[in-house]
Design a protein around this ligand. Structure first.
Ligand code: AVJ
Length: 328
């Protein structure tokens, strides 16, 4: 079957992504340099993240997959069949099929900003579920998205695994949860059994050693994932960042309950990006990602602030990770 994609990325006449350039230039101009984590996920970054999920120290993917394997019958009982599954992100070849097998949906709509990865993942999924209508949408799901007409009248289940919500600070996470709600409320008669549902993965707070090791694996795959952002800036924005003079660091921020990734300058550096000059002192960092960790209470509060009422929660056997069902 043919897979159609809607293209919604704003590029200038040279093919430069305007939002990427703005975020990088603004981010490098701040006292604490910081670039939003979403830019880590170009095609190379998305592939490196897939590699991270295979390293020994990175437990979240295995823990969440364990939950999806184990509680399929409970998902089917509580969620029911015949919904349109709207996945925020292009989906993983392991987790998504487990959910689709369990709840037998009427359609599958993956949303992702990375078009090539999205199309590859959607084609793969379509092969495994030949009779399932698949409608990939290339979009920034941080904003409200117009879903394809074919699924507008179906009841929705949003699927947001991986604790990707943890990449966002609370204000942004709340905005996203509200956008998701708007995206899925639009069109459908959303009352009673047709209320949109959300199945969302949220990683749990645990000992610091386990948390930091998960973001600084011995093989250095996470380091490559982080350094790829600097390479992407050089490639796409005509940057001269000396990537070999920077190193990856993962640190637990206890007050804000998050693991932070930084790119640390190993010596004083001067470079330019998109024609603008920047410098870094030795030891100065570019903050590239947050991975917030939650408790049962903090995840409830965040979901409620985003307009979602949590109704069920499943944990892996070791209690490392939670998958939460919430109702709009
Ligand atoms: C994609 C958000 C699930 O924060 O755990 C993994 C990204 N960064 N290792 C996470 C990530 C470094 C990951 N998520």
């Amino acid at each position: 079957s043919t897979i159609q994609t809607m293209q919604i990325v704003d590029q200038d006449e040279n093919g430069v992504d305007r939002a990427f350039r703005r975020d990088v230039l603004d981010g490098l101009s701040q006292p604490q340099k910081a670039i939003p984590a979403r830019w880590l996920y170009d095609d190379a970054g998305s592939q490196l993240f897939e590699d991270i999920t295979q390293v020994r120290e990175y437990y979240p993917t295995r823990a969440e997959t364990e939950i999806l394997e184990r509680y399929g019958a409970e998902f089917r009982d509580t969620i029911g069949t015949g919904r349109a599954v709207v996945e925020f992100g292009s989906g993983s070849s392991v987790k998504t099929p487990l959910l689709l097998e369990a709840i037998d949906p009427a359609a599958y709509v993956p949303l992702d900003i990375s078009g090539d990865f999205l199309r590859a993942a959607a084609a793969d999924l379509q092969q495994r579920f030949p009779d399932l209508p698949v409608h990939p949408v290339e979009a920034d799901f941080m904003r409200e998205v117009d879903l394809p007409g074919a699924v507008r009248d179906l009841p929705k289940l949003g699927f947001f695994p991986g604790s990707t919500i943890g990449n966002m600070v609370p204000r942004t996470a709340t905005d996203l949860l509200r956008s998701m709600r708007q995206t899925m409320l639009d069109g459908a008669e959303a009352s009673g059994e047709n209320k949109p549902l959300l199945l969302i993965g949220m990683d749990l707070i645990k000992d610091i050693e386990t948390l930091e090791a998960a973001y600084d694996d011995k093989e250095g795959v996470t380091a490559q994932f982080n350094l790829n952002l600097a390479r992407r800036i050089n490639r796409e924005l005509g940057g001269t960042i000396p990537v070999e003079q920077m190193r990856h660091e993962a640190r637990w921020n206890d007050g804000l309950a998050r693991v932070e990734m930084h790119l640390v300058a190993e010596k004083p550096l001067d470079f330019s990006v998109a024609g603008r000059d920047f410098s870094m002192d030795k030891g100065e960092t570019i903050h590239t990602e947050n991975s917030h960790k939650f408790t049962d209470r903090s995840s409830n509060l965040l979901l409620l602030a985003g307009g979602w009422t949590p109704t069920r929660r499943w944990l892996d056997e070791a209690g490392r990770f939670s998958l939460i069902l919430a109702e709009a």
